[in-house]
Unconditional design. Structure first.
Length: 505
């Protein structure tokens, strides 16, 4: 996609409960990898009467700009990177051990208030938390029950066996609803809430074979659109063939899927975002669609991530990269990118990428009209790595100086989000002010060819107390003089990137 394809973001949205007009470009980009997995069976145009979140919710989402994504679950006890994904390649003995880890879950270091104090100090405006990852363990007080699971070490080999448990944090020695504590602590600090939820569930055998489930079935090629290209290669020698799901099992699956999402949007107050993940395939899409319509009635303003629901979603998440240019869609986006080597806990200090990496990716995302979410995870005791804490705090100190050009800003029109490799721009919503960020120190002058400053106005460097000398050159653009005191790195107001506030003509 080229910059010429760019259609700048705007607050198109809704008024009250009015549906978005059919003419609105509320569509996922064709390049989005997760959309490609579902677009063959999810209708491009949502059913008549469908309503996205309100214009106010969209506006608030675009104002956030920066947040944190938290992966915490049973996998944190073993300290393995990759969240619950390693489960798929474990031996039967390891799978069985993993499924028993909940009996030992007792994170003595968890303190929701301390977590939110860290995020507030780091300048985060929202947090996303894994209420349930693909392994099926619920980190909240669910009243739903799992009726079938796999015994991986049964005599004579694995087998599906009946059970009756929630498989949740309330059946652990800890017996505290982490989601409830985090939501309460976040609201006290004005931090927005995003609850992650996995469509597939690898513990519940009723969910087979959806979402890379370790139990595949003879009908998998028909039930899974990505069978040959993704599911079969990913599972490889670790694939276990089980009987096809029964109609009763499928009905239980969809009922539990809906019930858990209902709990999350009923028991924890207003939720700003739901971070849905993966998909459940074409055979059950009609039921999933009815669930999404149901969720809209529960909380009409919740912003739904588009994974598994196509254009019924309100936002999408480029994962592990910042798009090379602004996307040609009015659907807002939130980059998710891991600070260490995994979204879950990483014990190696050297793997954490640093505050400079956070700031550069944040600036790149915001300049293009998106948001940036940095991914970290605590260890099994509920504590974050000291390196992660230090880097988040350092980025927060930078934001205390430079945040006015980040939060609640918008992208400049068309090609104007950057000048070369080392300058990024944002603007106020009324376009009366532009912020230019130099990703490296510009030297004695800052020259901006695409900016026309208001005559006789002040140009300031964020964090520096004096206005800067400048002139409007008819050929070069705005030429800003940087005083000699700032040529000394130790005398500059910040590190990593340098912001300039410019009143525009």
């Amino acid at each position: 996609m080229t910059r010429r394809d760019f259609v700048r973001f705007g607050a198109l949205g809704l008024a009250g409960v009015r549906a978005i007009p059919a003419s609105a470009n509320r569509r996922l980009p064709a390049t989005d990898v997760h959309y490609r997995r579902v677009r063959s069976y999810i209708e491009e145009q949502p059913v008549p009467g469908y309503r996205w979140a309100s214009d106010a919710a969209y506006e608030g989402f675009r104002d956030l700009k920066y947040g944190v994504r938290l992966h915490w679950g049973l996998y944190s006890i073993w300290g393995r990177s990759g969240e619950s994904w390693p489960f798929l390649s474990m031996s039967p003995e390891e799978k069985q051990q993993y499924q028993q880890l909940y009996k030992t879950w007792n994170p003595a270091g968890f303190d929701a208030g301390e977590w939110m104090d860290l995020f507030a100090a780091g300048g985060m405006k929202m947090f996303a938390f894994t209420t349930k990852h693909h392994d099926g363990f619920s980190m909240f007080d669910t009243r739903t029950r799992v009726r079938q699971r796999v015994n991986w070490t049964a005599p004579g080999g694995w087998r599906i066996e009946p059970c009756n448990l929630a498989y949740s944090i309330m059946e652990t020695p800890f017996r505290r609803d982490v989601v409830k504590e985090l939501c309460q602590a976040a609201r006290r600090r004005g931090i927005k809430i995003d609850l992650y939820f996995s469509h597939p569930d690898w513990y519940d055998a009723d969910f087979r074979p959806y979402g890379f489930h370790p139990l595949q079935v003879p009908s998998s090629p028909k039930l899974l659109t990505e069978w040959e290209t993704e599911t079969k290669p990913r599972l490889g020698n670790h694939m276990v063939m089980a009987p096809d799901p029964t109609p009763q099992g499928t009905a239980r699956m969809m009922a539990r899927h809906r019930a858990q999402l209902t709990e999350l949007l009923t028991n924890y107050g207003p939720i700003d975002m739901m971070c849905l993940d993966q998909w459940l395939g074409p055979a059950v899409w009609p039921q999933v669609r009815e669930t999404i319509l149901h969720l809209r009635k529960l909380q009409p303003d919740v912003m739904l991530r588009a994974r598994g629901i196509g254009n019924y979603g309100d936002y999408y998440t480029p994962e592990g990269f910042v798009p090379g240019s602004p996307e040609n869609t009015d659907m807002p986006w939130f980059v998710i990118h891991m600070l260490g080597s995994s979204f879950s806990y990483d014990p190696v200090a050297e793997n954490y990428k640093g505050a400079a990496w956070i700031i550069r990716n944040l600036l790149d995302s915001v300049a293009k009209g998106g948001n940036f979410m940095v991914g970290i995870g605590p260890d099994g005791s509920g504590r974050f790595h000291p390196a992660a804490i230090a880097q988040l705090r350092e980025a927060g100190e930078w934001l205390k100086i430079n945040g006015e050009g980040i939060y609640a800003t918008r992208a400049r029109e068309g090609e104007l989000w950057s000048e070369g490799e080392h300058v990024r721009f944002t603007r106020t919503k009324d376009s009366r002010r532009v912020y230019a960020y130099a990703l490296k120190w510009p030297g004695k002058q800052m020259v901006l060819g695409t900016v026309r400053a208001r005559p006789e106005s002040e140009i300031r460097m964020l964090g520096y107390p004096e206005p800067l000398s400048w002139r409007q050159d008819p050929e070069r653009g705005v030429v800003i003089e940087l005083p000699s005191v700032l040529q000394n790195e130790a005398r500059r107001p910040c590190r990593f990137a340098f912001g300039f506030r410019i009143e525009t003509a």
